[in-house]
Design a protein around this ligand. Structure first.
Ligand code: G16
Length: 545
């Protein structure tokens, strides 16, 4: 029996705003923080039910809007193995969040319990955290009301990053089992990363200090804690750490800014010396973008595609050196945003798969490889070692000292890399370890292949849901006839490629274009954006120029 009275009385204090339709999108619910109170309450109830469904295993809830502006907020649910919520429940979450009244909400809950056969007598446990957004405090308290309404036991993990929350979920659920993923605390996680990293770089040249742009977000706190666990093996210079300054989060800094604008955050202009490595995190520290200034002071971007190329080649070499090349196959997963030059470079060496945007899609595709390297161009990604591969590594008997060293490095990589979700800080240590092994500076890394010039443009339209895609988002099926017009345009540009898709995290349509020459990539992007606007736009003053 649902605790109807307790849900009813608390639900009435978190009414759904009329006229707003919520949607569990690419990365959970995400919109203006001030509109999300009822959603957080309901997510508390849903997370409790999800835990009951899994016999009381712990479910995670993260309150964040990641790369979005500070006034936005959001929430996503994490499944027991530390992975994104199962797709069928995304739809349930959307339905429940839109029930107009408390009575409708109760009816929808009852239907969910019946159709998904939830045993309400089971316990419910939920661990939750938030990023540094000011609206997060009230939203967490709405979430706690939801947990108490359904009688779930809550564990508040405080202010931390999205990947730490994913780690905690897996660590809690595997505690005291043979699959134990580590100590279930933020400190336990950073200790684990720190010790794996120190083993990987021991005996290598000391690393030059790395400048880290923390996007004025929660990554600033996490990076500080992590640096205390590195034993001086990697000096970090933390920049953009103003987590208390209103409006500073992701503003002219952070991974999304650097990737989209293809330039240095202005705040780093006087800080970065030519040749020095730097990286940017995003607002919840799950994305990572590297860059440096060349000897002429020109900005050079090392994005998620370059990270995938660097890391995949390193793992392939280690697998070979360990004598496992016939048993362990490495593959790469990308999205349509991957630079054409990166796809060409990688597919000449490894199996490469293209899937729709959204970490969950990449993660699932990567699970089909023995070792699946997945990165979105925007810097979101990780490496998955399948359980069978991990068992193989553990059982393998190396026949030479060189094989033994390579095997050791592979084992340390499985500890260094977050297997639940992409983590900017774990990925940063991964990149640094590879650079140390290869004796690469940014220049050598950058020269693996030359990026095709590209441009990303946002278009504000009346209804982004009018845009539907196929073929891993590379082609539009609606609005009708638009794709044919885009094809027509693309044909006129040397090496031209362009696609259009609705964003799942912002109320915009995204346009991507690349071409052999910079001016042509820019022109193609803006002309496609113009087409999009003419078909679906509104206010002519907002037409992309
Ligand atoms: C989220 C997702 C990413 C996605 C990004 C942009 O990132 O986790 O997989 O690439 O949004 O998605 P869209 O183009 O649909 O808006 P984050 O870092 O904001 O959580």
């Amino acid at each position: 029996q649902l605790p109807i009275e307790s849900i009813r009385s608390l639900s009435d204090t978190h009414p759904k705003p009329p006229h707003i339709r919520f949607q569990y999108g690419t990365a959970g619910f995400r919109t203006l923080g001030s509109t999300l109170d009822s959603v957080l309450f309901r997510v508390g109830v849903i997370a409790g039910l999800r835990s009951k469904k899994f016999d009381g295993q712990t479910i995670g809830v993260m309150v964040t809007a990641s790369h979005n502006p500070e006034q936005d907020n959001g929430v996503k649910i994490v499944d027991p193995r530390g992975e994104m919520l199962e797709a069928a429940w995304e739809a349930h979450a959307t339905t429940l969040s839109n029930a107009p009244t408390t009575n409708d909400f109760l009816e929808a809950l009852d239907a969910l319990v019946r159709t998904t056969k939830i045993d309400l007598s089971k316990p419910a446990r939920v661990v939750y955290a938030r990023d540094t957004r000011p609206s997060g405090v009230a939203l967490v308290s709405a979430l706690e009301d939801g947990l108490s309404a359904i009688g779930a036991e809550g564990r508040n993990a405080g202010v931390t990053t999205t990947p730490v929350l994913h780690y905690l979920v897996k660590a809690i659920n595997t505690k005291d089992t043979p699959e134990s993923y580590g100590e279930d605390s933020e400190d336990g996680y950073f200790q684990k990363l720190g010790s794996a990293f120190q083993s990987l770089v021991s005996g290598r040249q000391p690393l030059e200090p790395l400048l880290v742009d923390c996007a004025n977000g929660v990554g600033a706190l996490a990076a500080l804690s992590l640096s205390g666990c590195l034993g001086g093996s990697l000096p970090l210079i933390l920049e953009n750490t103003a987590i208390q300054s209103p409006g500073a989060l992701n503003n002219a800094c952070g991974a999304d800014y650097v990737k989209t604008m293809q330039r240095l955050p202005p705040s780093l202009a006087d800080r970065l010396k030519p040749g020095q490595r730097a990286c940017s995190l995003d607002g919840d520290a799950d994305r990572l973008i590297y860059y440096y200034l060349d000897e002429r002071g020109i900005f050079r971007l090392l994005d998620g595609d370059k990270i995938a190329a660097l890391v995949a080649a390193f793992i392939v070499d280690l697998v070979k050196s360990a004598g496992l090349e016939n048993e362990v196959k490495v593959g790469v997963v990308q999205t349509a945003y991957a630079n054409g030059a990166s796809t060409k470079y990688l597919s000449g060496r490894l199996p490469v798969k293209c899937v729709a945007t959204g970490v969950k899609h990449l993660h699932h595709a990567a699970e089909h490889f023995n070792v699946g390297v997945y990165f979105e161009a925007n810097g979101h990604g990780t490496v998955l070692f399948s359980p069978a591969t991990q068992a193989k590594l553990a059982a393998h008997q190396p026949s030479t000292p060189a094989q033994s060293t390579a095997l050791n490095h592979l084992m340390n990589l499985t500890r260094l890399i977050n297997q639940t979700v992409g983590d900017a800080l774990s990925d940063m240590l991964l990149v640094e370890a590879v650079l140390a092994h290869r004796s690469y500076t940014g220049v050598e890394w950058d020269s693996l292949y030359v990026d095709l010039p590209n441009r990303l443009v946002k278009v504000v339209v009346q209804d982004r849901n009018a845009f539907r895609t196929e073929n891993a988002e590379r082609r539009l099926v609606s609005p009708p006839a638009l794709q044919a017009k885009i094809d027509e345009l693309v044909r006129r540009y040397d090496g031209g490629r362009s696609f259009v898709r609705p964003s799942g995290t912002e109320d915009v349509v995204r346009v991507y274009a690349e071409a052999v020459v910079r001016s042509q990539a820019d022109e193609l992007a803006f002309r496609v954006a113009g087409l999009v606007y003419d078909v679906a736009g509104g206010d002519p003053s907002k037409r992309p120029k």
